[in-house]
Design a protein around this ligand. Structure first.
Ligand code: NAP
Ligand code: GDD
Length: 343
C-alpha cells in the first residue's frame, strides 16, 4: 500500500485553513495543522474534521506552534516530513496592521520566511512544495486595472508591505535554491466561515442579528471601497492546483468582477427582508489611514495553466452568507429565550 501524501497547513483553524483541510482530507491526504496556544479554544472551524490521533483512521493531526518561533517550525517540518506546506497563517487584518505594524511584519512577513527556511532545510533530504498565501492587497493603490501577475505592487498598509516581503522571499527561494514554491495572489474571498471582523461577515452577522431583534445598529467605515469577492471554498482548490502543476509559478486568483460595500449591503439585508439604510451608521474608527479603493483581478493565467475558474456569483455568495448568519441568529435568540424561561 502506498503512503498517503502528507500536507502541513499553518493557519489551519482560519477560514481558508479549514476549507483546505477538508479538501485535502477528501483527497486522501494525511493533514497536519499548526495552531497557536490560546487561553480559549480556537478550533471551531475544524472540530468537525478532527479525530483523536490514536483513532485508527485519523488523518488529521493538530500541533501547537507559532510563526514567531522559527525553531519550532523547523522542528515540526522535520518531524512531519510533509510533501506540501501551505503557509496560510498571518495577522490577516489590514486595519489592525496599522495598530500592530511590527507584530504584523514579524508574523505575516518574517513568519513566511521562517517557513521557507524550514522547507529549504527539508528540501535537502526530501523534495517539498510550498504555497505562500499572497494577497491582492499587495496591489494597494493600484497602478493598473485589472490587476494581473505583471501588475507592479504599490502596498498601502503594514499588512500589504509584509505580504510583499513574503512574496519576494518566496520567489527568491524558488530561484536561489530551486525550492518548489508558489505565490497565490488571492483576491478577497469570503464564506460563512469568514472572520467576523472582515466587512462581509460583519454585515451578514449584523443583518441576521438585527432581523432577530438581537442588535439595533451596524457601524461601518468606508462604504465606497470596491473589492473582487470570491468564494473561499473554491479558492482553496486553486491553492492545491498550484502545488500539483509541473512547475512552480505565481497566480492571481479572482472572479474578474468588482463590487462596492454598498452593493454587498443591498444583497445581505435584502436577503433577510430589511433595508440597510435604516440600520447602518458610519463610524470613522473603521476608516484606514490609507485605503485600497479598488481591487479587480484577472485570473486568466490560472484558467489557462491550472484550469481553475470561479463558479459562485457575487449575489449567491452574499445570499449564502446572509442565510447562514440568519440561522445563527435564530439559534442565538432561541438560546436566549430558553435561558430566560429557566431563570
Ligand atoms: P484567517 O481566517 O485570519 O486565518 C489566519 C490563521 O492564522 C488563523 O487560524 C490564526 O490563528 C493563524 N495565525 C495568526 N497568527 C499566527 C501565528 N503567529 N502563528 C500561527 N498561526 C497564526 O485568514 P484567512 O482568511 O483564512 O486567510 C488565510 C491566509 O490568506 C492569510 O495569510 C491571509 O493573509 C491570506 N489572504 C486572505 C485573503 C482573504 O480574502 N481571505 C485574501 C488574500 C490572502 P488564530 O485562530 O489563533 O487567530
Ligand atoms: N473590516 C472592515 N470593517 N472593513 C470595512 C468596514 C468595517 O467596519 N467598513 C468599511 N470597510 C471597508 C474597508 O475599509 C475595506 O475597504 C473593505 O471594507 C474590505 O475590508 P476587509 O473586509 O477588512 O478586507 P480587506 O480588503 O481589507 O482585506 C482582506 O482581503 C485581503 C485581500 O485583498 C483580508 O482578508 C486580507 O487578509 C486579504 O489579504
Amino acid at each position: 500500500m502506498t503512503e498517503p501524501r502528507r500536507a502541513l497547513i499553518t493557519g489551519i483553524a482560519g477560514q481558508d485553513g479549514s476549507y483546505l483541510a477538508e479538501l485535502l482530507l477528501s483527497k486522501g491526504y494525511e493533514v497536519h495543522g499548526i495552531i497557536r496556544r490560546s487561553s480559549s479554544f480556537t478550533t471551531g472551524r475544524i472540530d468537525h474534521l478532527y479525530q483523536e490521533p490514536h483513532q485508527e483512521h485519523s488523518k488529521l493531526f493538530v500541533h501547537f506552534g507559532d510563526l514567531a518561533d522559527g525553531q519550532c517550525l523547523t522542528n515540526l517540518v522535520q518531524e512531519i516530513q510533509p510533501d506540501e506546506i501551505y503557509n496560510l497563517a498571518a495577522q490577516s487584518h489590514v486595519r489592525i496592521s496599522f495598530d500592530m505594524p511590527l507584530y504584523t511584519h514579524d508574523i505575516t512577513g518574517a513568519g513566511a520566511l521562517r517557513i521557507l527556511e524550514a522547507a529549504r532545510q527539508l528540501n535537502k533530504t526530501k523534495p517539498v512544495r510550498v504555497y505562500q498565501a499572497s494577497s491582492s492587497e499587495m496591489f494597494g493603490d493600484v497602478l493598473e486595472t485589472p490587476q494581473t501577475e505583471a501588475t507592479p505592487f504599490r502596498p498601502c498598509s503594514p499588512y500589504a508591505c509584509a505580504k510583499v516581503f513574503a512574496f519576494h522571499q518566496t520567489v527568491n527561494y524558488r530561484e536561489a535554491y530551486g525550492l518548489f514554491a508558489c505565490n497565490g495572489i488571492l483576491f478577497n474571498h469570503e464564506s460563512p466561515r469568514r472572520g467576523e471582523q472582515f466587512v462581509t461577515r460583519k454585515i451578514t452577522r449584523a443583518a441576521g442579528r438585527i432581523r432577530e431583534g438581537l442588535q439595533e445598529k451596524l457601524y461601518l467605515g468606508n462604504l465606497e471601497a470596491k473589492r473582487d469577492w470570491g468564494y473561499a471554498k473554491e479558492y482553496v482548490e486553486a491553492m492545491w492546483l498550484m502545488l500539483q502543476h509541473d512547475d512552480p509559478n505565481d497566480f492571481v486568483i479572482a472572479t474578474g468582477e468588482t463590487h462596492s460595500i454598498r452593493e454587498f449591503l443591498d444583497i445581505a439585508f435584502e436577503s433577510v427582508g430589511l433595508n440597510w439604510h435604516d440600520y447602518v451608521e458610519i463610524d470613522p474608527q473603521y476608516y484606514r489611514p490609507t485605503e485600497v479603493n479598488l481591487l479587480l483581478g484577472d485570473a486568466s493565467k490560472a484558467k489557462d495553466i491550472l484550469g481553475w475558474e470561479p463558479q459562485m456569483t457575487f449575489r449567491s455568495l452574499a445570499q449564502l452568507m446572509a442565510e447562514s448568519d440568519l440561522q445563527l441568529a435564530v439559534n442565538e435568540r432561541l438560546v436566549r429565550e430558553n435561558s430566560n424561561t429557566l431563570t
